[in-house]
Design a protein around this ligand. Structure first.
Ligand code: ZN
Length: 458
C-alpha cells in the first residue's frame, strides 16, 4: 500500500479550496436532481464525493449533539421549575387556633393529598374532653354531643350516628389526624373553620358572643347531617321497662350506675391475660335450682344478681320450660385443660397435632379468648335438649323466645347473633348470654346490633 493512500481524510479536507467546495455543492445539487449520485469519473471527483460524505456525517454529528444539548437544557429547566414549584407547594402549613399560631410540616399534615387537622390540638383549644386509645379517640362536649374516630377507618361516629368519611383518621404518636373536610363539616356550631390551600393556612376560631361587653364562647355542637349515615344507635331515653315482678332490690345490679366494668371486650383480637380473674367473682355459686349437672357455677357478683332476677322472671313466665345455666365463669386453666383434651381426642383419631388444633378451633375458643373467663356470661340449655348445645334445638324452645324478648331488661344480650358472625368472628350461639348492664343491653337490643358494633358508638 502506498503512503499516499494512508494519508488521513483530514489532511485531504484541508487541501480543499473554495472552488472545490462550490463544485461539491453543485455536484450534490445535481445528484439530488437526479435522485442519484453519479459514479465518480476521475480521481478528483471521487475525492470530492468522499469529502461530501464526510461533511454530511460531520453535520449529522453536530446536529445530533446540538439537539441533545437542547434536550438536556429543556429537561434541566423543567426539573428546576418543577422542584421550585414543589418546594413552594410543600412549604409548612400555618395553623391558627384562636390567637395561637403554629407551623406544621407539610408532610405531617397533608397525607395522600388530604389536608388533616390534629384533633388533639383542636380539643385542647376548644376544651373538649378527650378519651381514647391507640385505636379510637372520642371528643366530647356531653354524652349526646361527641365525635369519635377509629384509626384507619372509613367511618366515624357523630352523636351516635355512624357515618362514612372520605379519608380515614390516623391515630399515631399522640396525635389523632382527622381530615379537615370531616371535622369542619362535623362541627355544627361553636367553632369556625377557614382554610386556604394555596396559602397553606388553616384558622380555627371559637365563635363568641357578647353580653354587656363580656365575651362568651358559643356552645359547640356536632352534626352528622352533612354525611352519609350507615347506622345509628337508638336513643334509650324514655324507654320504659316492664317486669312481671318487683325488681327494685335487683335494679342496682341490672342497671349499674357505672357500667364500664361490664363493657369489657373479649374476643380473638382482644384475649384476656392468662392470669385474668374477675375482680368480684361471687363467693356463692349460682342457686342449683337454675343450674344443671350438679356442678357449681360462678359469675361476677353484679352479673350473678342480675341473672338471678332474670331467671326468676323466666321461670314465672314459662313455668316448667325455663332454661338452666350449663356454663358460667371458666378460668384460663379450665379452658386450657378442655382445649388440650379436645386436641388429644382428635390426635387419637389420627390427626396431626396441628390438624387437631385446627379442628378444635372450629368449635372452641382458644384459651384466653373465651368470654367465659370474664365471669360475665352464661350458656343456657333446657331439659329437653338431648344433643347438648345446639342452635336448632334451642331456637325451638320457649326459653329461647323468652330470652330473645326479655334479656335486655335484665342487662343481658345475645352475644353472638346469627347475622353478625362476620363482625363477632364467632359462630352463632343462641344459648350464650352476656351481661353488659341494662343501658347497653337496651341500646343493643333496640338498634339490632352486636356488642362490637355497640362499642364503636360509645
Ligand atoms: Zn358460652
Amino acid at each position: 500500500m502506498k503512503k499516499d493512500d494512508m494519508s488521513s481524510p483530514e489532511t485531504r479536507e484541508t487541501e480543499l479550496n473554495a472552488a472545490e467546495l462550490q463544485l461539491l455543492q453543485s455536484s450534490l445539487a445535481d445528484a439530488e436532481d437526479r435522485s442519484q449520485i453519479p459514479p465518480p469519473e476521475n480521481k478528483k471527483q471521487s475525492k470530492i464525493v468522499k469529502l461530501a460524505k464526510k461533511n454530511t456525517a460531520a453535520t449529522v454529528i453536530i446536529s445530533v449533539f446540538v439537539t441533545a444539548l437542547v434536550a438536556v437544557i429543556v429537561l434541566l429547566s423543567v426539573y428546576l421549575v418543577t422542584s421550585i414549584t414543589n418546594g413552594k407547594n410543600k412549604r409548612d402549613y400555618l395553623f391558627t387556633f384562636g390567637e395561637e399560631e403554629m407551623r406544621v410540616k407539610y408532610e405531617k399534615i397533608v397525607i395522600d393529598d388530604v389536608l388533616y387537622v390534629d384533633m388533639n390540638k383542636l380539643a385542647q383549644y376548644a376544651e373538649l374532653s378527650v378519651s381514647g386509645s391507640d385505636e379510637t379517640m372520642k371528643y366530647m362536649v356531653s354524652d349526646e354531643q361527641y365525635v369519635k374516630f377509629m384509626n384507619e377507618s372509613e367511618y366515624a361516629i357523630i352523636n351516635a350516628t355512624k357515618v362514612v368519611i372520605p379519608a380515614p383518621a390516623i391515630i399515631k404518636g399522640g396525635t389523632c389526624l382527622v381530615p379537615y373536610e370531616v371535622i369542619s363539616k362535623a362541627v355544627d356550631t361553636g367553632i369556625e373553620f377557614k382554610s386556604d390551600r394555596a396559602k397553606h393556612t388553616v384558622s380555627i376560631t371559637r365563635v363568641t358572643y357578647a353580653v354587656e361587653d363580656i365575651l362568651y364562647n358559643e356552645d359547640i355542637t356536632f352534626s352528622a347531617a352533612d354525611f352519609t349515615a350507615v347506622g345509628a344507635l337508638q336513643s334509650t331515653a324514655g324507654v320504659s321497662f316492664e317486669y312481671n315482678a318487683d325488681v327494685t332490690q335487683y335494679l342496682k345490679y341490672i342497671a349499674p350506675e357505672d357500667n364500664t366494668p361490664y363493657l369489657m371486650l373479649v374476643n380473638a383480637d382482644n384475649p384476656l391475660p392468662t392470669d385474668f380473674e374477675p375482680e368480684n367473682l361471687s363467693t356463692e355459686p349460682l342457686p342449683s335450682k337454675y343450674t344443671g349437672q350438679g356442678e357449681k357455677y360462678y359469675l361476677d357478683e353484679c352479673a350473678a344478681e342480675a341473672l338471678l332476677a332474670m331467671v326468676q322472671a323466666m321461670y314465672r313466665d314459662i313455668p316448667n320450660n325455663g332454661a338452666y345455666v350449663t356454663s358460667a365463669y371458666r378460668s384460663y386453666e379450665y379452658q386450657e385443660d378442655i382445649f388440650q383434651k379436645y386436641i388429644e381426642e382428635y390426635v387419637k383419631k389420627g390427626y396431626t397435632p396441628e390438624e387437631a388444633e385446627a379442628e378444635v378451633l372450629k368449635t372452641s375458643a382458644r384459651p384466653g379468648t373465651s368470654e367465659h373467663q370474664s365471669g360475665l356470661c352464661v350458656d343456657f340449655i333446657t331439659v329437653g335438649m338431648k344433643n347438648g348445645l345446639n342452635n336448632e334445638e334451642f331456637e325451638r324452645t320457649a326459653a329461647f323466645r323468652w330470652l330473645s324478648e326479655n334479656a335486655y331488661k335484665y342487662g343481658f344480650i345475645l352475644r353472638y347473633p346469627k347475622d353478625k358472625t362476620h363482625i363477632t368472628s364467632y359462630s352463632y350461639e343462641s344459648w350464650h348470654y352476656r351481661f353488659v348492664g341494662r343501658d347497653a343491653a337496651t341500646a343493643i337490643y333496640l338498634s339490632d346490633i352486636c356488642f362490637e358494633e355497640y362499642l364503636e358508638f360509645i
